[in-house]
Design a binder for this molecule. Structure first.
Ligand code: HXC
Length: 260
């Protein structure tokens, strides 16, 4: 499909989504949201697609935030009536069961940092910069930043970043636990596509279960989470892919997954 503010292409079993407003540092306008929702719905519905990568076009930014020019004149009643930003979580976290990776090049600020934190994990270029500068605009993060950043890096660093609006570089973000891995900027896209292809080659049902279970760690007590894990483990024991995976290991051959 053709989009106005992003591109989406299928590379084997991996969907590559690129935010494509480089002149505005890929600011997340309402049109970007509509385009991303459509691209994610297509990814989720397409059985040939198993993992997605989201990145930013241009050298400078993953995304420098929600579109300030669009929000500047918008009345408060519209923010409330639209329930502004609710659809980011509902579409890219709740409705997306397949895994997706944020490949962060350059600035990931405000909504850009929050979009990255909606991903299953973040791979960062060594030039990445993360921050929640909303306080400098007279507001606070509105797409999950106060909650997801705090869960990712802990209270001390989240509070400092959100109260001061300062940015942290890729190395600090990795140390703090926001980022899975840092790679040289020139290798970011190749590396992200490589990791995504590896995930895409894993057994489909176990992949969905693994993502669901790790996310459950943020929503349940330890006891409930461990019970849910055990039940999904039991459920996977009934799949054809479990029989195939274990036979392939014993027979020293590569497994062929069916997603059954
Ligand atoms: C709209 C943006 C933008 C944004 C950058 N641009 N960020 N447009 N929304 N979030 C535009 C600039 O206006 C400029 O357009 C062009 O992109 C290049 O940006 P510059 O500022 O000239 O680049 P530079 O000097 O390199 O500075 C980079 C930067 C800075 C440090 C990232 O752009 C910046 O601070 N951006 C805003 C970051 C931010 O506050 N994000 C949080 C947004 S609020 P022109 O036309 O002038 O060339 C949010 C949710 C809160 O995300 C919602 C509450 C209402």
């Amino acid at each position: 499909a053709e989009y106005e503010t992003i591109t989406a292409e299928r590379r084997g079993a991996v969907t590559l989504v690129t935010l494509n407003r480089p002149k505005a540092l890929n600011a997340l306008s309402s049109k970007v949201l509509e385009d991303l929702i459509a691209a994610f719905a297509a990814f989720e519905a397409d059985d040939t697609q198993r993992c997605a990568v989201v990145t930013g076009s241009g050298e400078k930014a993953f995304a420098a935030g929600a579109d300030i020019k669009e929000m500047a004149e918008k009345p408060m009643a519209d923010f409330y009536a639209e329930d502004m930003f609710s659809r980011w979580t509902s579409h890219f976290v709740k409705a997306t069961r397949k895994p997706w990776i944020a490949a962060v090049n350059g600035f990931a600020l405000g909504g850009g940092c929050e979009l990255a934190m909606m991903a299953d994990f973040v791979l960062a270029a060594d030039n990445a910069k993360f921050g929640q500068p909303e306080i400098t605009l007279g507001v606070v993060p509105g797409m999950g930043g106060t909650q997801r950043l705090t869960r990712a890096v802990g209270k001390a660093k989240a509070m400092e970043l959100i109260l001061t609006g300062r940015m942290m570089d890729a190395e600090e973000a990795e140390r703090a636990g926001l980022v899975a891995r840092v790679v040289p900027a020139a290798d970011l896209l190749d590396e992200a596509l490589k990791v995504a292809a590896k995930i895409a080659a894993m057994p489909p049902l176990a992949t969905l279960a693994a993502k669901e279970l790790v996310n459950a760690a943020f929503e349940t007590t330890l006891d409930q989470g461990i019970l849910l894990e055990r039940r999904e483990f039991h459920f996977l024991a009934g799949t054809e892919d479990k029989a195939e995976g274990m036979s392939a290991f014993i027979e020293k051959r590569a497994p062929e997954w069916k997603g059954r």
